[in-house]
Design a protein around this ligand. Structure first.
Ligand code: MF3
Ligand code: CO
Length: 290
Protein backbone atom coordinates (compact mmCIF):
# COMPACT_ATOMS: atom_id res chain seq x y z
CA UNK A 1 0.00 0.00 0.00
CA UNK A 2 1.22 3.52 -0.85
CA UNK A 3 2.52 5.17 2.31
CA UNK A 4 0.97 8.60 2.67
CA UNK A 5 3.11 11.64 3.39
CA UNK A 6 2.28 13.48 6.64
CA UNK A 7 0.99 16.48 4.71
CA UNK A 8 -0.98 14.59 2.09
CA UNK A 9 -4.78 14.44 2.39
CA UNK A 10 -5.92 11.58 4.62
CA UNK A 11 -7.19 8.40 2.95
CA UNK A 12 -10.50 8.63 4.84
CA UNK A 13 -11.72 11.51 2.69
CA UNK A 14 -11.99 14.00 5.56
CA UNK A 15 -9.95 16.56 3.59
CA UNK A 16 -7.60 16.94 6.58
CA UNK A 17 -3.84 16.40 6.37
CA UNK A 18 -2.85 12.80 7.13
CA UNK A 19 -0.82 13.87 10.18
CA UNK A 20 -3.88 15.57 11.65
CA UNK A 21 -6.23 12.70 10.85
CA UNK A 22 -5.57 8.95 10.66
CA UNK A 23 -1.74 8.86 10.99
CA UNK A 24 -1.82 7.96 14.70
CA UNK A 25 -4.63 5.50 14.04
CA UNK A 26 -2.65 3.76 11.28
CA UNK A 27 0.50 3.48 13.43
CA UNK A 28 -1.47 1.88 16.22
CA UNK A 29 -3.26 -0.46 13.82
CA UNK A 30 0.06 -1.47 12.27
CA UNK A 31 1.46 -2.37 15.69
CA UNK A 32 -1.51 -4.62 16.42
CA UNK A 33 -1.24 -6.12 12.94
CA UNK A 34 2.39 -7.13 13.57
CA UNK A 35 1.32 -8.63 16.89
CA UNK A 36 -0.94 -10.94 14.87
CA UNK A 37 -4.29 -9.23 15.54
CA UNK A 38 -7.01 -9.23 12.91
CA UNK A 39 -7.34 -5.53 12.03
CA UNK A 40 -10.11 -3.97 9.93
CA UNK A 41 -9.52 -3.00 6.29
CA UNK A 42 -9.74 0.72 5.43
CA UNK A 43 -12.88 0.23 3.32
CA UNK A 44 -14.99 -0.28 6.44
CA UNK A 45 -13.70 2.74 8.39
CA UNK A 46 -16.27 5.52 7.98
CA UNK A 47 -15.49 9.25 7.95
CA UNK A 48 -17.71 11.91 9.56
CA UNK A 49 -19.57 12.65 6.34
CA UNK A 50 -20.44 9.00 5.79
CA UNK A 51 -21.43 8.57 9.43
CA UNK A 52 -23.83 11.51 9.12
CA UNK A 53 -25.45 9.96 6.02
CA UNK A 54 -25.81 6.62 7.80
CA UNK A 55 -27.42 8.39 10.80
CA UNK A 56 -29.97 9.94 8.40
CA UNK A 57 -30.79 6.51 6.99
CA UNK A 58 -31.17 5.17 10.54
CA UNK A 59 -33.70 7.91 11.37
CA UNK A 60 -36.04 6.25 8.88
CA UNK A 61 -35.28 2.79 10.19
CA UNK A 62 -36.10 3.89 13.75
CA UNK A 63 -39.28 5.68 12.63
CA UNK A 64 -40.47 2.56 10.80
CA UNK A 65 -39.94 0.40 13.88
CA UNK A 66 -41.65 3.02 16.07
CA UNK A 67 -44.63 2.86 13.71
CA UNK A 68 -44.72 -0.95 13.96
CA UNK A 69 -44.42 -0.73 17.77
CA UNK A 70 -47.49 1.53 17.91
CA UNK A 71 -49.68 -0.46 15.54
CA UNK A 72 -48.87 -4.17 15.91
CA UNK A 73 -51.55 -6.36 17.50
CA UNK A 74 -53.25 -9.77 17.30
CA UNK A 75 -55.40 -10.31 14.21
CA UNK A 76 -53.28 -8.49 11.63
CA UNK A 77 -51.29 -10.36 8.98
CA UNK A 78 -47.55 -10.11 8.46
CA UNK A 79 -48.41 -8.84 4.97
CA UNK A 80 -49.89 -5.75 6.67
CA UNK A 81 -46.61 -5.19 8.53
CA UNK A 82 -44.82 -5.42 5.18
CA UNK A 83 -47.15 -2.75 3.78
CA UNK A 84 -46.52 -0.41 6.76
CA UNK A 85 -42.77 -0.81 6.37
CA UNK A 86 -42.91 -0.11 2.63
CA UNK A 87 -45.20 2.90 3.04
CA UNK A 88 -43.43 4.60 5.96
CA UNK A 89 -39.98 4.01 4.43
CA UNK A 90 -40.85 5.33 0.98
CA UNK A 91 -42.84 8.32 2.35
CA UNK A 92 -39.66 9.35 4.17
CA UNK A 93 -37.64 9.03 0.96
CA UNK A 94 -35.99 5.67 1.68
CA UNK A 95 -35.98 2.23 0.08
CA UNK A 96 -36.57 -0.96 2.08
CA UNK A 97 -33.21 -2.76 1.78
CA UNK A 98 -34.60 -6.33 1.90
CA UNK A 99 -36.87 -5.82 -1.15
CA UNK A 100 -35.31 -7.85 -3.99
CA UNK A 101 -32.12 -8.31 -1.95
CA UNK A 102 -30.71 -11.58 -3.31
CA UNK A 103 -34.24 -12.39 -4.40
CA UNK A 104 -35.96 -11.67 -1.07
CA UNK A 105 -39.56 -10.90 -2.10
CA UNK A 106 -40.70 -8.47 0.62
CA UNK A 107 -39.70 -5.23 2.39
CA UNK A 108 -39.14 -6.65 5.88
CA UNK A 109 -38.45 -9.90 7.71
CA UNK A 110 -41.16 -11.07 10.13
CA UNK A 111 -40.17 -14.06 12.26
CA UNK A 112 -42.74 -15.64 14.58
CA UNK A 113 -42.10 -18.08 17.50
CA UNK A 114 -39.85 -20.91 16.20
CA UNK A 115 -38.80 -18.87 13.15
CA UNK A 116 -35.26 -17.75 13.94
CA UNK A 117 -34.97 -15.12 11.18
CA UNK A 118 -35.78 -14.24 7.54
CA UNK A 119 -39.50 -14.95 7.88
CA UNK A 120 -41.33 -13.77 4.73
CA UNK A 121 -44.48 -11.68 5.28
CA UNK A 122 -47.64 -13.34 3.97
CA UNK A 123 -51.35 -12.53 3.67
CA UNK A 124 -52.02 -16.01 5.10
CA UNK A 125 -50.11 -15.44 8.32
CA UNK A 126 -52.22 -13.89 11.09
CA UNK A 127 -50.69 -12.78 14.41
CA UNK A 128 -52.17 -14.85 17.22
CA UNK A 129 -52.58 -14.04 20.88
CA UNK A 130 -49.47 -15.48 22.61
CA UNK A 131 -47.09 -15.11 19.64
CA UNK A 132 -43.66 -13.53 19.84
CA UNK A 133 -42.45 -11.89 16.64
CA UNK A 134 -39.26 -10.25 15.42
CA UNK A 135 -39.67 -7.43 12.90
CA UNK A 136 -36.34 -6.79 11.15
CA UNK A 137 -36.19 -3.48 9.26
CA UNK A 138 -33.40 -2.27 6.98
CA UNK A 139 -33.31 0.98 5.03
CA UNK A 140 -31.36 2.54 2.17
CA UNK A 141 -31.26 6.35 2.03
CA UNK A 142 -29.12 8.04 -0.64
CA UNK A 143 -27.10 4.83 -0.88
CA UNK A 144 -26.46 4.51 2.88
CA UNK A 145 -27.70 1.55 4.91
CA UNK A 146 -29.27 1.03 8.32
CA UNK A 147 -30.56 -2.11 10.01
CA UNK A 148 -32.25 -2.93 13.32
CA UNK A 149 -34.95 -5.18 14.69
CA UNK A 150 -37.24 -5.48 17.69
CA UNK A 151 -39.34 -8.21 19.30
CA UNK A 152 -43.02 -7.84 20.06
CA UNK A 153 -45.16 -9.86 22.45
CA UNK A 154 -48.67 -10.26 21.01
CA UNK A 155 -51.37 -10.21 23.68
CA UNK A 156 -51.12 -12.74 26.46
CA UNK A 157 -47.66 -14.30 26.03
CA UNK A 158 -46.47 -17.11 28.35
CA UNK A 159 -43.93 -16.16 31.06
CA UNK A 160 -41.40 -18.55 29.44
CA UNK A 161 -41.56 -16.78 26.10
CA UNK A 162 -41.60 -13.32 27.71
CA UNK A 163 -38.44 -14.20 29.60
CA UNK A 164 -36.72 -15.32 26.37
CA UNK A 165 -37.61 -11.98 24.76
CA UNK A 166 -36.42 -10.03 27.82
CA UNK A 167 -33.12 -11.89 28.29
CA UNK A 168 -32.35 -11.52 24.58
CA UNK A 169 -32.92 -7.77 24.86
CA UNK A 170 -30.70 -7.60 27.94
CA UNK A 171 -27.97 -9.53 26.10
CA UNK A 172 -27.47 -6.51 23.81
CA UNK A 173 -26.64 -4.35 26.83
CA UNK A 174 -24.26 -7.02 28.12
CA UNK A 175 -22.57 -7.06 24.70
CA UNK A 176 -22.44 -3.27 24.46
CA UNK A 177 -20.44 -3.07 27.68
CA UNK A 178 -17.60 -4.74 25.74
CA UNK A 179 -17.68 -2.35 22.79
CA UNK A 180 -14.73 0.01 22.94
CA UNK A 181 -11.94 0.89 20.53
CA UNK A 182 -8.96 -1.49 20.47
CA UNK A 183 -10.97 -4.32 21.99
CA UNK A 184 -12.04 -7.41 20.07
CA UNK A 185 -15.38 -8.44 18.64
CA UNK A 186 -14.91 -11.71 20.51
CA UNK A 187 -15.07 -9.81 23.83
CA UNK A 188 -18.60 -8.83 22.91
CA UNK A 189 -19.48 -12.24 21.42
CA UNK A 190 -18.39 -14.15 24.50
CA UNK A 191 -20.20 -11.79 26.87
CA UNK A 192 -23.46 -12.37 25.00
CA UNK A 193 -22.89 -16.12 24.77
CA UNK A 194 -22.07 -16.47 28.48
CA UNK A 195 -25.12 -14.42 29.45
CA UNK A 196 -27.46 -16.49 27.25
CA UNK A 197 -26.08 -19.75 28.60
CA UNK A 198 -26.25 -18.58 32.24
CA UNK A 199 -29.93 -18.05 31.60
CA UNK A 200 -30.41 -21.54 30.19
CA UNK A 201 -30.54 -20.61 26.52
CA UNK A 202 -28.42 -21.32 23.44
CA UNK A 203 -27.05 -19.00 20.75
CA UNK A 204 -27.33 -19.64 17.02
CA UNK A 205 -23.88 -20.18 15.49
CA UNK A 206 -24.42 -20.06 11.74
CA UNK A 207 -25.99 -16.60 11.43
CA UNK A 208 -24.57 -13.43 12.91
CA UNK A 209 -24.20 -9.69 12.62
CA UNK A 210 -22.27 -7.70 10.05
CA UNK A 211 -20.57 -4.49 9.15
CA UNK A 212 -22.97 -2.05 7.47
CA UNK A 213 -23.20 1.48 6.10
CA UNK A 214 -21.91 1.72 2.55
CA UNK A 215 -23.34 -1.75 1.82
CA UNK A 216 -26.07 -3.83 3.46
CA UNK A 217 -23.60 -6.49 4.57
CA UNK A 218 -19.92 -5.57 4.90
CA UNK A 219 -16.99 -7.00 6.77
CA UNK A 220 -16.74 -8.08 9.52
CA UNK A 221 -19.03 -11.00 10.08
CA UNK A 222 -20.03 -10.80 13.75
CA UNK A 223 -20.39 -13.99 15.78
CA UNK A 224 -22.03 -14.36 19.20
CA UNK A 225 -20.35 -17.66 19.94
CA UNK A 226 -16.85 -16.18 19.65
CA UNK A 227 -14.21 -15.98 22.38
CA UNK A 228 -12.72 -13.03 24.26
CA UNK A 229 -9.55 -11.65 22.65
CA UNK A 230 -10.35 -13.14 19.21
CA UNK A 231 -11.98 -11.93 15.99
CA UNK A 232 -11.57 -8.49 14.42
CA UNK A 233 -10.40 -5.56 16.45
CA UNK A 234 -12.97 -2.81 17.05
CA UNK A 235 -11.70 0.64 16.04
CA UNK A 236 -13.22 4.13 15.79
CA UNK A 237 -15.25 4.57 12.59
CA UNK A 238 -16.40 0.96 12.37
CA UNK A 239 -20.16 0.40 12.12
CA UNK A 240 -21.69 -3.01 12.70
CA UNK A 241 -24.80 -4.73 14.03
CA UNK A 242 -25.32 -6.64 17.26
CA UNK A 243 -28.11 -9.11 16.55
CA UNK A 244 -27.83 -12.39 18.46
CA UNK A 245 -30.44 -15.07 17.84
CA UNK A 246 -31.15 -16.80 21.14
CA UNK A 247 -33.03 -20.10 21.34
CA UNK A 248 -35.04 -21.49 24.23
CA UNK A 249 -33.97 -25.03 23.33
CA UNK A 250 -31.08 -26.24 21.20
CA UNK A 251 -29.06 -23.94 18.94
CA UNK A 252 -29.69 -26.12 15.89
CA UNK A 253 -31.50 -24.57 12.95
CA UNK A 254 -32.60 -25.41 9.43
CA UNK A 255 -33.64 -23.38 6.38
CA UNK A 256 -36.96 -23.84 4.60
CA UNK A 257 -36.18 -25.85 1.48
CA UNK A 258 -39.14 -24.44 -0.44
CA UNK A 259 -38.48 -20.70 -0.15
CA UNK A 260 -34.74 -20.86 0.62
CA UNK A 261 -35.05 -18.11 3.26
CA UNK A 262 -37.01 -18.87 6.39
CA UNK A 263 -34.84 -20.24 9.20
CA UNK A 264 -36.45 -22.40 11.91
CA UNK A 265 -35.26 -23.93 15.18
CA UNK A 266 -34.64 -27.66 14.70
CA UNK A 267 -36.55 -28.55 17.88
CA UNK A 268 -39.53 -26.27 17.19
CA UNK A 269 -38.94 -24.23 20.36
CA UNK A 270 -39.09 -20.42 20.28
CA UNK A 271 -36.23 -18.14 19.25
CA UNK A 272 -35.78 -14.41 19.89
CA UNK A 273 -33.62 -11.68 18.35
CA UNK A 274 -33.10 -7.96 18.85
CA UNK A 275 -30.80 -5.98 16.59
CA UNK A 276 -29.02 -2.67 17.02
CA UNK A 277 -26.54 -0.88 14.77
CA UNK A 278 -23.59 0.81 16.45
CA UNK A 279 -20.62 3.02 15.65
CA UNK A 280 -17.35 2.50 17.50
CA UNK A 281 -16.18 5.92 18.77
CA UNK A 282 -12.97 7.21 20.37
CA UNK A 283 -14.27 6.38 23.83
CA UNK A 284 -16.90 3.68 23.35
CA UNK A 285 -19.85 3.51 20.99
CA UNK A 286 -22.76 5.45 19.57
CA UNK A 287 -26.14 3.81 19.05
CA UNK A 288 -27.04 4.42 15.38
CA UNK A 289 -30.22 2.37 14.97
CA UNK A 290 -32.46 0.39 17.34
N1 MF3 B 1 -32.02 -7.70 8.15
C1 MF3 B 1 -31.24 -8.91 8.08
C2 MF3 B 1 -29.95 -8.68 8.85
O1 MF3 B 1 -30.04 -8.31 9.94
C3 MF3 B 1 -30.94 -9.25 6.67
C4 MF3 B 1 -32.09 -9.78 6.00
S1 MF3 B 1 -31.69 -10.18 4.40
C5 MF3 B 1 -33.22 -10.27 3.73
O2 MF3 B 1 -28.88 -8.87 8.39
F1 MF3 B 1 -33.06 -10.32 2.47
F2 MF3 B 1 -33.79 -11.28 4.25
F3 MF3 B 1 -33.88 -9.18 4.06
CO1 CO C 1 -28.47 -7.19 10.33
Amino acid sequence: MHKLGRNEPCWCGSGKKYKNCHLGFDSRLEEYYYQGCLVPPREIIKNQEQIQKIRESAKINIAVLDYVTEHIHAGITTEEIDRWVYDVTTKMGGIPAPLNYEGFPKSVCTSINDVVCHGIPSPDEVLQDGDIINVDVSTILNGYFSDSSRMFCIGDVSPEKRRLVEITKQSLQVGLEQVKPWGFLGDMGQAINDFAKENGYSVVQEIGGHGIGLEFHEEPWVSYVSRKGTEMMMVPGMIFTIEPMINMGSADIFTDADNGWTVYTADGKPSAQWEIQILVTEDGYELISY
